[in-house]
Structure formats: C-alpha cells, structure tokens
Design a protein around this ligand. Structure first.
Ligand SMILES: [Fe+2]
Length: 373
C-alpha cells in the first residue's frame, strides 16, 4: 500500500463511501487501465503527507459587481446559438459560447448571469475541459481564492481541484446504507468562514445514463414562505460544521485524509447576495447543525421544516442531465444541489472535477445581525 492511493468518492462532501484497499493484482489492473485513460492525469490522489494550516480571511471582490455597470451585462451571450431557461425560477442552458474565449468583461458578465439564474449550463465545452488543470486554476482564480477541500481526492499536485470518481474496479457503495434515498441537498463546504460563490463543475467521464444532478433555488424557496415567517428567519443564525466529514475520513474511509483541521462557523439563516441583493435560505442538511439561541427541539423542528420544504419544492428545481463537454456553473450562495446516485450497478467510470472559488463571508439579510456564536 502506497501513501498515495486512488479511491472512489461521492459527488460532494458527505461520506457515502467506504475505502477498500485493493489487492496488488487489482492495483496493477488499475494502472494498466489508467495508462489508457485520457484523463489519467486527473485521477484522484490522497497523499498522507499533505497538511494545510487553517484558512485565513480574505477580502472577496465579486466580479459580478463590475458587470452591473456594463451597457449590456449579457453581451457575452451575443454569439450564443441558443439560450434556454431550464425552469422559470432557476437555470439556463447555453449553446455556442466557448467559455475559454471569454475576456474579463465576459467573465464578469458570466458571474452576474450565474448570480441571477443560479445555474448556467454550457454545452460543448470540450476545449475548456481538455485545456487541463493549469487552465482550470486560471479560470477559477478569476472569480475568487480557490478552496482546497479538506478531505476529497485531487489530481496529483493540484489540491485546488476537487474530484468525484468511481470506476469498475472500485468497491464503492454509492447508497448510504441506512437511507432510502441518495438525495442530499447542500451548498458546498458551507462550514467555511467564506464558503464558495461561483462554482464550476464538469464530468470527464460519465455513465451512459444516470448520475444527473439536481439544483434548486434558495431564493425561490425563501419566497414561498410568508412575510411574517421570513421576518423571524432573518433574525436567526446557524452553526455549520465540517467535523462529521473529517471524522468520516479519520475513520479510514474516503481516502482517510484530513488535510486541514475541521472548522465550524456561524452563518445567517438568510443571506443576501452581494451583487443582486437577493435573499436566500442558507441552511443545508449536510453541514448545518443547529440554530444559535433556540432550544434543541425548536432548532431541530425548524431546520427539519426548512429541509423538508427544500426537498419537496420540485417546482423550484432543475435536473441537469450531463453530456460530454457539459460544464455547469452555479452560485453556491443562492442555490443548493444534490447528487443522484442511481447508477450504483453501473460498471462505467464517472469522473468529475470542481473548481471552487471562495466568496465573501455570508451577508445577513438582516442588517447588523450579530454573527458571533
Ligand atoms: Fe456539492
């Protein structure tokens, strides 16, 4: 067993998998397969010597701000062959725009469009995907400081790239054993002091069918609630925790790596987008643990109500069916998403990469809300 291993993992951060070290013959088979695999250089690695200091605060300047002053903030879509709204509340699908060709104005406009639509899907982005990891980093850094995930696999020497991966040799159980569904709505790494904003994700390999991704608008889920109730929610803040995720890795699963000690942070229950000013629900079943100041039963009941609301609001959701060359860009501040693990029996490879710039510390919708615990 070497210090660096390739293992499987889930769409995102919740522990859903068990690491099984393969026998030598299996490793040899993997290596042979990797030599033939076009994206072998982007396979996930777990280096046990990796360790990072705690993240430090930084000032985030959102590129979308600049686009507010453009004559046409949607000019980057002028050459699109089609722009289709996936649903009234969330998501657009774009054909005919090469993301690699966007200059700084185009990228600023993209950030604003993603903030407004929550999710923008770009098809036929083979040039972007094949441009490789240095290009991914350059892309992501334009939008913010790149996040290094504390526990997931990344390509060798590229800790800023978060990977999802499974293949035929992996002894990986995609279903959470005690759950009847794989759906788990979340906003990525919301336990960080400055969670992600504009997030780019694409698949390098995908099963023939299955493995779609669900998205929902947390602006829209908030708008469904009564003004009186929203006024109360605006006064609340919640603890988001990375402890459980880290403990799962420490138990030897999911690569067994904890690169950075887990953190917990308090965020407003309702946050305001820095560019659009829109308010959005900011709690999720994966990382939110309790509402500060409420009794335990009150906190659990209120969070369960909100999670159930988010789960059931299919009129606010979009389902992305991946195709080769597809890139999804979403705004983690105002959306939630869930993997769909319906391909557990498939022997096909599913391999994806996420570029995850951090954004501002969540801004309370209620001015002056004290965010100390
Ligand atoms: Fe995620």
């Amino acid at each position: 067993m070497s210090a660096t291993q390739t293992v499987t993992q889930t769409q995102d951060s919740v522990p859903q998998t068990t690491l099984h070290l393969r026998p030598q013959s299996g490793e040899q088979k993997d290596q042979e397969a990797s030599q033939e695999y076009r994206y072998a250089h982007l396979l996930p690695a777990f280096d046990t010597s990796e360790h990072y200091e705690p993240l430090t605060p930084f000032e985030h300047v959102d590129p979308g701000h600049r686009a507010l002053n453009h004559d046409n903030p949607r000019a980057f879509l002028d050459n699109a062959t089609s722009v289709v709204e996936l649903t009234p509340n969330l998501g657009s699908e774009v054909h005919g725009v090469d993301l690699l060709s966007l200059d700084s104005n185009g990228r600023d406009q993209l950030a604003l469009e993603v903030a407004r639509r929550g999710l923008v899907v770009f098809r036929d982005q083979h040039a972007f995907i094949d441009a490789g990891p240095e290009s991914y980093l350059e892309w992501g850094r334009y939008f913010g400081r790149l996040h290094v995930h504390p526990t997931s696999g990344h390509p060798q020497n590229y800790p800023e790239l978060h990977l999802v991966y499974r293949d035929q040799n992996s002894t990986f159980n995609f279903e959470r054993e005690e759950s009847i569904t794989s759906s788990l709505w979340h906003s990525d790494v919301s336990y960080e002091l400055q969670p992600p904003g504009l997030t780019t994700f694409f698949l390098l390999s995908q099963p023939t069918t299955g493995g779609d991704t669900l998205f929902t608008s947390q602006v829209s889920t908030l708008k469904k609630l009564s003004p009186q109730f929203v006024a109360f929610l605006r006064t609340l803040k919640a603890v988001h925790s990375g402890v459980e995720q880290a403990e799962f890795s420490r138990s030897g699963r999911r690569g067994g790596i904890v690169r950075r000690e887990p953190v917990e942070h308090v965020h407003p229950l309702i946050r305001r987008h820095p560019v659009t000013g829109e308010e959005a629900i900011y709690v999720n079943r994966q990382f939110t643990r309790r509402i500060v100041g409420l009794k335990r039963e009150e906190s659990e009941t209120l969070l369960k109500f909100l999670y159930d609301h988010i789960d059931k609001a299919v009129d606010l959701q979009a389902r992305l069916k991946w195709a080769p060359g597809t890139i999804a860009i979403w705004d983690n501040r105002i959306t939630a998403h869930s993997a769909i693990v319906d391909y557990g029996q498939s022997k096909e490879r599913r391999h994806g990469a996420r570029i995850t710039p951090q954004a501002e510390r969540p801004i309370p919708a209620l001015d002056g809300l004290d965010l100390s615990a």
